[in-house]
Design a protein around this ligand. Structure first.
Ligand code: SIN
Length: 492
């Protein structure tokens, strides 16, 4: 079944290189599948390395003029883009839900979340101040000026088809960079619609280019960008192995990198916590997008004194979640993105059970008249989880909550940090001294204290350790797209 939008031109069916919406250089197409039914409902160009190079040609040619556009004017274009995203929230929300599977309310919510980054960076564009440095000798003026890095390649994941691309493109354009981007093969439609709206907002030809490509052809597209010295920065959200590959392959041309990679977030509930608030915080943090977020809790640690009460309350809340397609208004958890994702979730659950976990609720694939497709998984709580289980070592990226009992603060902090990853961490406590101690001790780029919803455009988002480097959002998000030029004027 096709998708009907108020503005059907938001599904251009082609990708944008320079001024032209075009087919792939060899005419190949990529099917787009609805994860709820596993059926094809649209298609886009299956881009080639030649398309990728053409996109860099366009972005490189457009760079001198775009960087020279006054920041205020760039900001106005971004503000118009934000306004158009908000005005077309319904169409964009439907696109997101259809290609990604999240419930419609979440899809529409993601549009506003994405737009909030565009609005934020429109405002930041005009505040990219440099410095005048007091000179150590007379007759000199010393300045630190901020400049756009140049052509940026943005490579984005499928879990937030609008937000991830917006929070890369918006700071790049605000800084005066030009962009080539490639959305995930599962979710190209939302990105194409956003680029269409950016064009309508006044982003000039060549400043923003998009190449869509299948899983098989993505390496060709990305390699063309990695090999091209004109691409000065790669910004990527996705898995740690791919991030490491990009870092290695960028070394020859020493590109600047922002890497937002995998997580393995701990969620800790201490005996002194408000247990009801902790259950609610976990529901928010874990089940957003069906557990398909890099920041969602992957390991839940509950102190012995509140463990049983917590597991009971959590089991009741999780068991009541309504699973179904985005088209059903009451769906809270949609299908997973594809069969590979469901297989991984199921493998983690089977492994945990084989190693001694107890299924409190869920624990199986779902198929019913309502969940009429192969990609549904029941929201699951596992008790007796431990560090040997696959679900404790790797991101499950699905609606599974493994709970581990612990006794002491020292023990749980060591366990929380016992992972190569460090993106998000959460804990619930009412003890002010403990709150300060644990926040300091957690090795993580983001820490939620008595709070399950962390992300906001004004906050720096990014990881430590093998969760990557660079920050998105906040003032730091703009700096990632600029370098500093020191200018020293003598003979004054
Ligand atoms: C992510 O899953 O990578 C992003 C989640 C967020 O923006 O909160």
């Amino acid at each position: 079944m096709t998708l009907t939008l108020d503005r059907q031109d938001l599904m251009p069916g082609t990708h944008l290189i320079g001024a032209e919406w075009r087919e792939a250089s060899d005419g190949h197409r990529l099917d787009v599948t609805d994860p709820a039914t596993d059926t094809v409902f649209a298609s886009v160009p299956d881009g080639t390395a030649a398309d990728a190079r053409a996109a860099v040609d366009a972005a490189h040619a457009a760079f001198p003029a775009w960087r020279a556009v006054p920041a205020k004017q760039r900001a106005q274009i971004l503000k118009r883009w934000n306004d158009l995203m908000v005005a077309h929230q319904d169409d964009l929300g439907h696109l997101i839900s259809r290609e990604q599977g999240k419930p419609l309310a979440e899809g529409k919510g993601e549009v506003l979340y994405a737009a909030s980054y565009v609005e934020w960076f429109a405002e930041e564009a005009t505040r990219a101040n440099g410095e005048v440095i007091p000179a150590p000798v007379t007759g000199r003026r010393m300045m630190a000026l901020k400049e756009p890095v140049g052509v940026v390649a943005a490579i984005t994941p499928w879990n937030f088809p609008a937000a991830m691309i917006a929070r890369k493109i918006a700071p790049a354009l605000a800084a005066g960079c030009t962009v080539v981007c490639k959305p995930a093969e599962d979710t190209p439609l939302t990105s194409l619609a956003l680029v269409k709206l950016a064009q309508q907002a006044g982003v000039p030809a060549g400043v923003l280019n998009i190449v869509t490509a299948s899983r098989e052809r993505t390496p060709g597209v990305v390699d063309a960008w990695l090999d091209d010295a004109r691409v000065r920065k790669i910004t990527f959200t996705g898995s740690t192995p791919v991030g490491k590959h990009l870092a290695r392959r960028s070394a020859d041309t020493l590109k600047k990198l922002s890497l937002e990679l995998g997580g393995n977030a701990p969620f800790i509930v201490f005996d002194d916590a408000d247990v009801d608030a902790a259950v609610e915080g976990l529901m928010v943090a874990k089940f957003r997008n069906g557990g398909q977020t890099c920041v969602c809790p992957n390991r839940v640690f509950v102190q012995a004194g509140v463990h049983d009460a917590f597991v009971e309350k959590l089991g009741a809340r999780v068991g009541a979640l309504q699973v179904g397609p985005a088209t059903e208004a009451d769906s809270q958890i949609g299908p997973m993105i594809n069969a590979r994702a469901v297989d991984k979730i199921d493998r983690h659950v089977r492994d945990a059970v084989a190693r001694g976990a107890r299924v409190v609720v869920g624990g199986e694939r779902l198929r019913s008249a309502r969940c009429d497709g192969p990609n549904y998984y029941a929201p699951t709580v596992l008790a007796n989880a431990d560090a040997t289980m696959e679900c404790s070592c790797e991101e499950t990226f699905g609606p599974v909550v493994p709970v581990t009992r612990f006794e002491t603060e020292a023990e749980v902090v060591a366990a929380a940090n016992d992972t190569p990853f460090g993106l998000a961490a959460y804990f619930y406590s009412t003890d002010v001294r403990r709150i300060a101690r644990v926040a300091d001790a957690l090795e993580s780029g983001l820490v939620g204290i008595n709070e399950g919803a962390l992300a906001a455009e004004a906050a720096p988002f990014g990881g430590v350790k093998e969760s990557g480097y660079g920050r998105e959002g906040s003032v730091h998000g703009l700096e990632d797209y600029m370098h500093i030029k020191y200018v020293c004027q003598g003979q004054l």
